[in-house]
Design a protein around this ligand. Structure first.
Ligand SMILES: O=C([O-])C(=O)C[C@H](O)[C@@H](O)C(=O)[O-]
Ligand SMILES: [Mg+2]
Length: 421
């Protein structure tokens, strides 16, 4: 089996106005969808960020992959490194740590690597989870991801209002959590913080604790707090949080907080590449790392990360960005085969109103998604939906994630100040 044509389609999907430290989500989230065709008639699927810089890098690599055997993942990595080299560094949206060549190469590798795994599974007639060593769990538990949000985006023609409603205080967050728990069965809850003053966010967590006494709770202000603020909030929430995620920035800052609070600290900001692991371990800065195959270099590298975390007694969870079903399938196969992933994984999937995969393969039951059992990823592309979302991309008016500009439409003097409190 050899790769022939690779089609990379940027798409835009509707996304609710979710708030974070940077500002607010744009009305559309961007993704790149990969169809990797072969000379045997099989097509592998991949999904990653849709930002122009990533799209450009993917398009630069794609023609160089013609003739590659999809089992040759080392060859894939070599071609990507040779093609992009050290000029790879891309800007990120600021929520997953700093940009670097290491991370860009890992991001591009991941997108093609998932498609190659999909092809391997399809060729063998086996689900991807079996290629990764077999199931350690039949279904992967996800956490209900809560966001402060206004009722609607700044009005746009022909743009429907989402039905989540406003959630700008503790009461709104509890109502959102209720819907997440009742509708999807989530058994744990994560609140995206960095939006309201820290005491108000701590109060929202305490309200969640009252409403959901048995749900593990997480709070993630994306490094929006100083070390002192982080320690104060950490102490206020002593005994309440399963983990506190990126309260402050940097390995040294996180280490200073970790020394003073009782709960584990988690990160998808200060440890986001292999080169960050040694300093983080030496400083005992984080107790949980949120993996994310999209920027850690794919499924093999995510397994390497799991092994390193196991070695040093660091817990493993999973990060998410707004994503579609191809990514949810990949996340579920990976977590389904990774024993170290004992924390419920993050997902933005409940906010999705349109997808490029055909319905049926990915359902949330009791907060968990059963590992798909079809060959490869176990999901099928819906070509009509892909075409519709591709058209939406052409019309949406932007090509890069930017949470700051739409926030300025609401608050003209807005700046993404980090730390803010
Ligand atoms: O855990 C995190 O830091 C994230 O999920 C980053 C995301 O980009 C989230 O903040 C979002 O969707 O706004
Ligand atoms: Mg985070």
């Amino acid at each position: 089996m050899k790769l022939t044509d690779i089609v990379i389609t940027p798409i835009a999907m509707k996304d609710p106005p979710l708030r974070n430290i940077q500002g607010i989500h744009q009305p559309y989230a961007l993704r790149s969808i990969l169809q990797v065709h072969t000379d045997v008639g099989l097509t592998g699927l991949g999904e990653t960020y849709g930002d122009l810089a990533i799209l450009t890098a993917l398009r630069k690599v794609a023609p160089r992959l013609r003739g590659l055997d999809p089992y040759d993942l080392n060859g894939l990595e070599r071609i990507i490194d040779e093609t992009l080299g050290r000029a790879a560094g891309l800007a990120t949206h600021g929520l997953v740590g700093e940009a670097s060549d290491e991370k860009t190469l890992a991001t591009v590798l991941s997108a093609f690597e998932v498609a190659c795994w999909d092809l391997q599974g399809k060729a063998l007639g086996r689900p991807m989870v079996e290629l990764l060593g077999g199931k350690v769990r039949d279904a992967v538990a996800y956490s209900g991801y809560l966001f402060f949000k206004p009722a609607a985006h700044t009005p746009l023609p022909d743009y429907p209002t989402d039905d989540w409603g406003e959630a700008m205080d503790a009461e709104g967050i509890v109502a959102q959590a209720r819907r997440m728990v009742d509708g999807y069965g989530f058994k744990s809850l994560k609140l995206k913080g960095g939006v309201l003053p820290p005491d108000d966010e701590a109060d929202a967590i305490l309200a969640l604790r009252q409403a959901f006494p048995d749900h593990p709770l997480r709070l993630d202000p994306n490094a929006g707090w100083t070390v002192d603020t982080s320690i104060a909030v950490g102490r206020k929430l002593d005994g309440v949080l399963e983990y506190l995620e990126d309260p402050t920035g940097g390995i040294d800052g996180m280490a200073a907080v970790a020394r003073e609070v009782s709960m584990p600290l988690a990160t998808n900001m200060c440890v986001t590449a292999f080169s960050h692991l040694k300093p983080a371990v030496l400083a005992d800065a984080v107790q949980v790392v949120l993996s994310d195959h999209h920027f850690w270099g794919g499924l093999r590298r995510s397994r390497d990360l799991a092994a390193i975390c196991r070695t040093f007694g660091i817990g493993l969870s999973m990060h998410s960005n707004s994503h579609l079903g191809i990514s949810l399938a990949a996340m579920t196969h990976l977590a389904g085969a990774t024993p170290e992933l004992t924390y419920d994984c993050d997902t933005h999937y409940p906010y999705l109103v349109e997808d490029v995969v055909q319905p049926g393969a990915l359902e949330f039951v009791d907060g968990a998604v059963a590992v798909p059992d079809g060959p490869g990823l176990g999901v099928e592309l819906d070509l009509d939906s892909l075409a519709r979302l591709a058209e939406q991309y052409e019309k949406c008016g932007f090509d890069t994630r930017d949470d700051i500009t739409p926030m300025r439409a609401v608050q003209p003097d807005w700046d993404a100040v980090i730390p803010r409190w």
